[in-house]
Design a protein around this ligand. Structure first.
Ligand code: SF4
Length: 343
């Protein structure tokens, strides 16, 4: 993993960079290592130090984050970088309590940064560690109610020395050996004391409270292209879902059929099919409408972005799905977005 220090480098005295550890941990919240690696590499190449990130334009950071999801993380990433650059001299605080004061840093991230970057004996409890603790101590209380109990057990195991190595090791044990479906107990260093394995219950653990089914919301996205090729986009408000991201103007997203919220006067055509996307708390079905508009038309919502400045990769995934539906997946290099299959 590009944010890790190799054992040989650690022996040679190389310390992990708190900036890189913090960024990796923020990116990894709710996201897999495979999805994060390229984003992490791009971010750290473009902004190698926290002061570089602090000086970045909001739109550039949101554009680089597009596709990684949970966009509040990107806004907090920027806020946090600016606080560290402006109020802490560009150096991340080295205590758990001071890290917790920073924007977007909760108990887990504070523990990860203070243990991995500063070797402080703080306890990390991510989903992987929860699974390992539940199995190791045969805990049958379902998650999320089991979290405090699992934290107490995890804290008792956290060593005072080499806390950073331990934190990474226990997370890796969960990610690679004590996996959800086929744990490799035969090569696990904790196979002898593991109470779940001894009781034969480990495969059922951790228990989880069943989730409620997600509701389905509906909405309309309006993809308008001016005759010179420019697209009509809006920057969404900072607060709320996809806050601060670029997107297509649209209706409210609700569990009832959507009502039109046309952003510019034009001949709108509804595209066959719908763009579907799943958020944490609901499924979304977006109807997509497209229009070509003349040069002199002024939008009621949003602003036109020139074709040579428009990068679909700057859009969050749901908006990219709407764009793909509008264009039939064709690369848009000329002002012809209307698909033949309109309703
Ligand atoms: S022995 Fe098996 S169940 Fe227990 S911690 Fe190791 S991998 Fe997980």
């Amino acid at each position: 993993m590009p944010w890790r220090i190799s054992p040989a480098d650690r022996r040679a005295g190389v310390r992990p960079d708190p900036y890189r550890i913090w960024m990796s941990e923020v990116m990894l919240q709710q996201t897999t290592v495979a999805a994060v690696k390229d984003y992490f590499t791009r971010f750290t190449q473009r902004w190698p130090r926290v002061s570089d990130l602090a000086a970045a334009k909001d739109a550039d950071v949101m554009g680089e984050w597009a596709g990684l999801g949970y966009y509040a993380r990107a806004r907090n990433l920027l806020k946090c970088a600016r606080v560290v650059a402006n109020e802490h001299g560009g150096v991340f605080p080295n205590t758990h309590a001071a890290l917790l004061e920073l924007p977007g840093i909760g108990p887990y991230t504070a523990a990860a940064v203070s243990s991995i970057a500063y070797d402080l004996p703080e306890t990390v409890l991510d989903g992987n560690v929860e699974r390992v603790m539940a199995r190791l101590y045969d805990v049958h209380t379902p998650l999320p109610a089991a979290k405090p109990e699992l934290m107490v057990l995890a804290e008792a195991l956290t060593p005072r020395k080499r806390a950073g190595d331990y934190a990474q090791a226990v997370m890796d044990l969960g990610a690679t050996i004590c996996t959800p479906k086929n744990p490799a107990c035969g090569i696990c260093p904790w196979r002898t004391p593991c109470e779940g394995r001894l009781a034969g219950t480990h495969l059922e653990l951790p228990k989880k409270t069943p989730k409620k089914p997600k509701p389905v919301r509906q909405g309309i996205a309006y993809v308008a292209q001016r005759v010179d090729g420019a697209y009509l986009l809006e920057t969404r408000p900072d607060s709320g879902l996809l806050g601060g991201m670029l997107g297509w103007p649209g209706s409210e997203w609700a569990e009832t059929p959507p009502t039109d919220a046309i952003p510019i006067r034009a001949q709108w055509k509804q595209i066959e099919g719908e763009a579907r996307h799943t958020f944490t708390h609901f499924h979304l079905r977006l109807t997509v409408k497209t229009a070509l508009v003349p040069m002199d038309r002024t939008p009621d919502v949003g602003h036109f972005v020139d074709l040579n400045e428009f990068r679909p990769s700057d859009l969050p995934t749901v908006m990219r799905k709407a764009f793909d539906l509008a264009t039939g997946g064709r690369k848009m290099t000329e002002p012809t977005l209307l698909r033949s299959k309109t309703r």
